[in-house]
Design a protein around this ligand. Sequence first.
Ligand SMILES: Cc1cc2nc3c(=O)[nH]c(=O)nc-3n(C[C@H](O)[C@H](O)[C@H](O)COP(=O)(O)O)c2cc1C
Length: 173
Amino acid sequence: MSFIELARNRFSCRSFSEQEVEPEKLLQILEAGRIAPTAVNGQPVIIKVLQSPEALKKIRGITRMAYNAPVVLMVCYDENKVYSPTTYMDDFKSGIMDSSIVATSMMMQATELGLGTLWARGFSAAHIEHEFGFPENIKLACLLDIGYADPVNGVPSPRHDLRKPLNEFAEKL
Ligand SMILES: Cc1cc2nc3c(=O)[nH]c(=O)nc-3n(C[C@H](O)[C@H](O)[C@H](O)COP(=O)(O)O)c2cc1C
């Protein structure tokens, strides 16, 4: 499958089957994230893998955005390690961008492996950080829910197809 086909095939999955994610697939997904670029190769991103019944119960008890995914990746970054130039730029901090490209790489790798994914940020990150006892410098950027799509309900939402046309998306200056 070409990359553009892969990108077209991906959709937000909000209902997962009970099939487990194979360990080798999870490793490959994490590897895709590990080798993603980050600002000045600072690598401030840390993935917390929620897969045990206890961890999944805990996250599902805090936010419904974990849905029934058998694997939930917490995409986090260490605020002390983000690129944050002060001398020649504005107030740019790379944490969310670094986390986003890592999450995107993992999301697309999971898609290529036949898995469904959901990028989720509809929760209080501070609340989750507190409940999981994160140190002050570790910030949660997003959750990435992963699993096999439920054959009946794991389908694209109506919003999935609402993309603006290319001439509104990109413009020549
Ligand atoms: C930054 C970001 C945050 C999102 N947060 C949530 C969320 O909390 N819950 C949810 O169900 N979907 C969430 N989504 C998924 C989007 O709603 C979805 O990508 C969008 O509607 C397009 O649909 P598609 O992914 O099926 O193409 C999020 C996506 C992004 C990129």
